[in-house]
Ligand binder design. Structure first.
Ligand SMILES: Nc1ncnc2c1ncn2[C@@H]1O[C@H](COP(=O)(O)OP(=O)(O)O)[C@@H](O)[C@H]1O
Ligand SMILES: [Mg+2]
Length: 237
C-alpha cells in the first residue's frame, strides 16, 4: 500500500497540494482525478521522488521513501511527457533501460506484439507519432513485471484499438496483485478500470473512496459534476 501523509507542495507562493492524505490500495486500480493544474502529476512525481514535497511524507509498505531511491526499482512509470533521446530507436531504448535497471524484461516481446509496435522498433523516436511513443512508454512501464505501476495519462493519444489493449493489460496486472495509480481525463476509461477514485481540487482531496461509493446513481460524469456543484454551493454559503 502507498500512503501519502500530509503532503504539501508549494511552487513559490502557489500552494499546489495542501496537506494531502491519501491511500492507494494494492491489487487495485486507483484513479487520481482533478482539473488541469490540480496537482496530479506533481503528486505522482512526489511518490517517485522526482519532486521534493514542501512538507509531509510518503510511505510504501510502511517505509518512508523521502531521500531514498532504491524503492524505485519496483515501480513502472509512464510519464505524462516522456523525454528520451530523440535519436534512439524503441529497440535501443528498451535495451538501454534494461541495462540501467539491471533487470530482466519478462514479457517485452509479447507487449510489442500486442501493442502492434513491431514495425516501429527500428525508427528513431523523433519520427514516431505521439500515440506510438505512448505505446513505447507503455512497454517500458510494463515489461519488467513490477509490483507498482504509476501511469500519468496512459491512454492519452492512443488509438481506440491500442487504448483497449492497454486497458486489458492493466486489468491483468491488477489481478496479479499490483498497486496501480493512474490519471486520466477520459472518464469512460476511469469508469471501466478503476476500483478506487481520488479527486483533487484546489490543493485538497474532495473525494477518496470506492468507485461504487462515488457513483451512486447514473454515471461518473454525473457524480463528478454533482460533487463540484456541492463544493461551489458550499463556497457561496
Ligand atoms: N516545476 C514547476 N514550477 C512551477 N510550477 C509548477 C511546476 N510544476 C507544476 N507547477 C504548477 O503546479 C500546478 C499543478 O501542476 P500539475 O501537477 O502538472 O497538475 P495536473 O497534472 O493535475 O494537471 C500547476 O499550476 C502548475 O503550473
Ligand atoms: Mg498532469
Amino acid at each position: 500500500m502507498i500512503k501519502v501523509l500530509k503532503i504539501s507542495k508549494k511552487y513559490g507562493k502557489k500552494i499546489v497540494l495542501n496537506k494531502i492524505d491519501l491511500e492507494f490500495q494494492k491489487g487495485a486500480i486507483n484513479a487520481l482525478l482533478g482539473h488541469n493544474g490540480s496537482g496530479k502529476t506533481t503528486l505522482l512525481k512526489i511518490i517517485l521522488n522526482l519532486v521534493r514535497p514542501t512538507n509531509g511524507d510518503v510511505q510504501i509498505n510502511n517505509q518512508s521513501i523521502l531521500n531514498k531511491w532504491e524503492y524505485r526499482k519496483d515501480i513502472g512509470y509512464m510519464a505524462q511527457i516522456a523525454n528520451f533521446p530523440e535519436n534512439l530507436t524503441p529497440i535501443k531504448l528498451f535495451d538501454l533501460i534494461t541495462k540501467l535497471r539491471n533487470a530482466q524484461p519478462i514479457n517485452r516481446d509479447e507487449l510489442i506484439k500486442q501493442l502492434n509496435l513491431s514495425s516501429e522498433l527500428e525508427k528513431p523516436l523523433k519520427n514516431l507519432s505521439g500515440g506510438t511513443k505512448q505505446k513505447v512508454n507503455a512497454v517500458l512501464a510494463l515489461m519488467f513485471d513490477l509490483p507498482i505501476l504509476i501511469l500519468d495519462e496512459p491512454t492519452a493519444g492512443l488509438d481506440p484499438v491500442a487504448s483497449r489493449t492497454l486497458k486489458k493489460l492493466l486489468l491483468i496486472e491488477k489481478n496479479k496483485g499490483k498497486t496501480i495509480i493512474l490519471t486520466s481525463h477520459i472518464l469512460s476509461d476511469i469508469e471501466q478500470l478503476s476500483d478506487f477514485i481520488h479527486i483533487l481540487n484546489d490543493g485538497n482531496v474532495i473525494f477518496s473512496g470506492s468507485k461504487e461509493k462515488l457513483i451512486t446513481n447514473g454515471n461518473l460524469e454525473k457524480a463528478i459534476s454533482k460533487l463540484f456543484l456541492n463544493i461551489k454551493n458550499k463556497q457561496n454559503d
